[in-house]
Design a protein around this ligand. Structure first.
Ligand SMILES: Cc1ncc(COP(=O)(O)O)c(C=O)c1O
Length: 409
């Protein structure tokens, strides 16, 4: 098994900057905030160049091993990851008068969502650090990825979902080996159950940003995107934001890529997309504050972004503001319409969260916050096939002649 040099130097509190040692088990910092993994970037810059990832036989994001925290190759837990495609939408762009519009389709990853990135890293690091039992609250996709990667690694997993989580998600979580619980509350209530059960159950709390490595996995969306664009970044990224790990992770990726000389100082404007029925980050952005209070009565068809409170709120807001981006809320009606439009016009079935980014793009084009000349990338974070689809199909009775004339009308 091929080994690679690794460059993690330490971990750092995202709020206070306090340093913590690498290679030991960590949750949140003492300030109760996320820990970020830091690398010896000058040494990393000497070890790899822009051509290195493309020479790798490892699938998908494992091609960036030197930029990831797993030290030993035998601890890499993999389910056949792929580099997710960047799909241009020329027909839609032309209709909207836009120069270039692209979707990064994360639905092609194992378990059908981008959560595979974060959980592959979290489970691999758990294996490396000797953890055998993991638990998490989830809106569906993250739990499925934990269950799958956990089973792959021979670990025990416990997953807690709101009881109205899409049934496909609940069943795939259970089928992939997790003890699966339906909770009559929201994801933050599930999170409380995980946190409070840690002492009694001896599990590791794998909640978004409460452990340091999921963000390193999500970071690979930014690494991959830059590599796919010839080590460049788009003008705008629209990201469906719940806990925000992906947005924070990509922002971290671009900083690290610049530090090792793979990209220049240009950054995309980062746009946090939320549903109007659950938009704590949008409200905090508009109010000009650094933290986003709990959103009451959260509801939206886009289950993955129904996150009423995010522990990494300040990191999301910081990235959005530093990038010159913005946060935007879209109504459920617009999400459903955007989903249908993209499926019929481009043959691309987005998940509702991905459709929210398309709805937001249209809204921002209309209000001038995105310019038609800008290259925008939408993140479709899961396959649309994991969600309930509207009933369809016209019936044909084989005991009667088929009325082709009616069909053509
Ligand atoms: C399909 C989908 N999109 C977006 C999100 C939000 O991701 P993040 O926690 O990185 O904000 C989720 C999270 O569950 C999701 O499942």
């Amino acid at each position: 098994m091929q080994q690679y040099p690794t460059f993690v130097s330490h971990l750092e509190c995202g709020l206070t900057g306090r340093r913590y040692p690498a290679d030991t088990i960590h949750g949140l910092s003492e300030a109760g905030r996320p820990l970020l993994v830091r690398y010896d970037l000058p040494a990393l810059a000497k070890a790899i160049d822009r051509g290195t990832p493309a020479t790798r036989g490892e699938g998908g994001f494992w091609r960036y091993r030197e930029m990831l925290p797993v030290r030993r190759s035998e601890n890499v837990v993999s389910l056949g990851e792929v580099m997710t495609p960047l799909i241009d939408l020329p027909r839609t762009a032309a209709r909207l008068g836009a120069a270039r519009l692209t979707v990064k389709d994360e639905g092609r990853l194992p378990t059908g969502s981008f959560k595979a990135r974060g959980l592959a890293l979290a489970v691999s690091m758990a294996k490396e650090l000797g953890i055998a039992r993991m638990a998490m609250p989830t809106n569906g996709n993250a739990g499925a990825a934990l269950a799958a990667y956990g089973s792959r690694a021979g670990m025990e997993t416990f997953v807690f979902c709101p009881d109205d989580t899409p049934p496909v998600n609940v069943r795939e979580i259970a089928l992939q080996g997790a003890r699966t619980f339906l909770v009559n509350g929201l994801i933050n209530d599930c999170g409380r159950i995980v946190g409070e059960g840690t002492a009694a159950m001896g599990w590791f709390d794998t909640s978004t940003l409460k452990e340091p490595y999921r963000i390193e996995g999500k970071k690979t969306m930014g690494l991959e995107l830059a590599e796919q664009l010839g080590w460049a970044v788009p003008d705008v990224i629209l990201y469906p934001t719940g806990g925000g790990t992906g947005l924070i992770g990509m922002w971290k990726a671009f900083a690290e890529l610049e530090a090792i000389g793979f990209i220049g100082p240009k950054r995309p404007r980062m746009v946090a997309v939320q549903a109007a029925g659950c938009a704590p980050i949008v409200k905090a952005f508009e109010d000009g504050v650094e933290h986003a209070p709990l959103w009451q009565d959260a509801h939206t068809v886009a289950a993955g972004i129904r996150v009423p409170v995010a522990v990494g709120d300040f990191l999301i807001l910081r990235a959005v503001r530093e990038s010159g981006g913005f946060a935007i809320a879209v109504e459920d009606d617009a999400i459903v319409a955007a989903l249908g439009e993209m499926a019929t016009e481009e043959g691309l079935m987005l998940c509702p969260e991905g459709a929210a980014t398309f709805a937001a793009y249209r809204q921002a084009l209309a209000d001038g916050r995105i310019d038609r000349g800008e290259h925008a990338v939408l993140f479709n974070c899961a396959t649309g096939l994991k969600y309930p689809l509207p009933p369809a199909g016209e019936t044909l009775d084989i005991s009667r002649p088929v009325d082709y004339a009616a069909m053509a009308r």
